[in-house]
Ligand binder design. Sequence first.
Ligand code: ADP
Length: 511
Amino acid sequence: MNKNSANRTILILFLAIIIPIAFYTVYQVQSLNKNEEILSEIYKNQLESIIFSVNQYSDDILKSLQYKIENRLENGDPIDANTLLSYPGIAEVIIKPLSGKPIFTASGDSSVYTSLLEKTLSENENKVKKLIDYKKVDFTKLEPLDPITFQGEQLNLLILVLKSKDDLAIGLIVIRPIDFIEGTLAPKMQQISGANFIITARSEIDQALIFSTDTISDVEARSLPFWLLPDHQIGIVQKGDSLETISKERIQLNFVWIAILSVVVLLGFYVVARNLRKEMQLAQMKSDFASSVSHEIRTPLTLINMFAETLLLKRVPTEEKKQEYYEIITKETSRLKNIVNKILNFSQMENKKRTFELISDYLNDILKETIHTYSFHLENKGFSYQVEYGEESPFINADREAITEAIINLIDNAMKYSGESKKLNIFSGTKSHYTFVAVQDFGIGIDPKKQKLIFDKFFRVTEGDLYNVQGAGLGLSIVKNIMDAHNGKIEIESSLGKGSTFKLLFPIKQD
Ligand code: ADP
């Protein structure tokens, strides 16, 4: 059957939609991860460049000192101590020709630091040699040395080689780091930090905070050493949410959207696949319908045709036989009429053209009339039946013809699906706000899984013995349509092999 082609179509749909979407989703997830990496790299670089500018500034200050000193040394002019010590944190500057005694101490107190200079030079001979080599190619490097404790004070030292009039000279710059950071660098750090960042300075040894441009609540996103004070660190934090946090949040949000979209696509696929399967089943049912209707119509037509021809050819021996043939023709014609009516009603129902004329009526009366016209048919088919009318029959809004049609459909089905039992119960009654009519058979029953489906148009249970029973799958969909028009309900109680009870419930008129 079409099930295979439905499955094939669903598979194609799956391949054509879901697989590309799956690939796209994986690609998106990967590129989101990549974006996050790129973003955090950019962010890291940005932070580092801010730290760089603080370092650059401190370097610039000491370079400007160096130029000032060199200028004077080259011209043989005296060096102005005040200029050199004007930057807070610069404790001392000592200058000494490569050979010979120190010629200048900014503090004027040569005794204190001269011995320090001698000691430092002898301990850092190699570094000095390198600085001299650099200077020979006209490159001045400020070389930070290991910090020292001098006279109970934590100090940082820098040596540099300077040009002078006759020879090269060595300079030693002594820095009080905390004063230097707080006094000299702080204003610049404040300026660089701007509105978005907080710049901090910490001692590397104990991580003690020396200075911060604002109160910090978070750890530094990035920390690097001060170039000139190697035992100290410059750190940076973003005010408010860091770019990393923002980008993480955005990426998480994107993930959530991708997940939602994937679920929606899958749901959509599921709905489409289900509809497709349903449509294909419907197409299959329609084609089954065409063949069963033709079959149902052909049987009475053949009979009518055969008996009418026999009568026409006057080949019927007795009046009795003639009477029998007339009866068969009449019966088959009415069966044909029923089939055609059913199809017409169904097509009106489908085109929403079927109208119902609802008039106050008693359900018991309608049932009585129906049984009266149908009893012959029931007995003719060898059925024994019992009818029980509910005591009280309240008014309902009813289209008499339509309700008759619905009851006949139920009785017809009860007969068709009775198998060998040939026994029916028909009864009416009242149940809360409804009055009902029920048709009970003791036939093959309906699989509970199929009970909801039997009201669908063209639906027929086609397994088992049922296949031999004729029908077009229209009857119950017409019944449902009629019940909807009456604001009524249908209830089924059925178990396989034991029989079924169909109950039509109509709302009692409230006047
Ligand atoms: P049709 O009888 O022409 O097939 P219906 O719409 O009247 O179409 O019924 C749909 C299906 O419901 C039937 O094919 C049958 O499988 C099932 N059905 C209806 N009434 C009964 C019943 N009384 N007992 C068992 N099965 C029934």
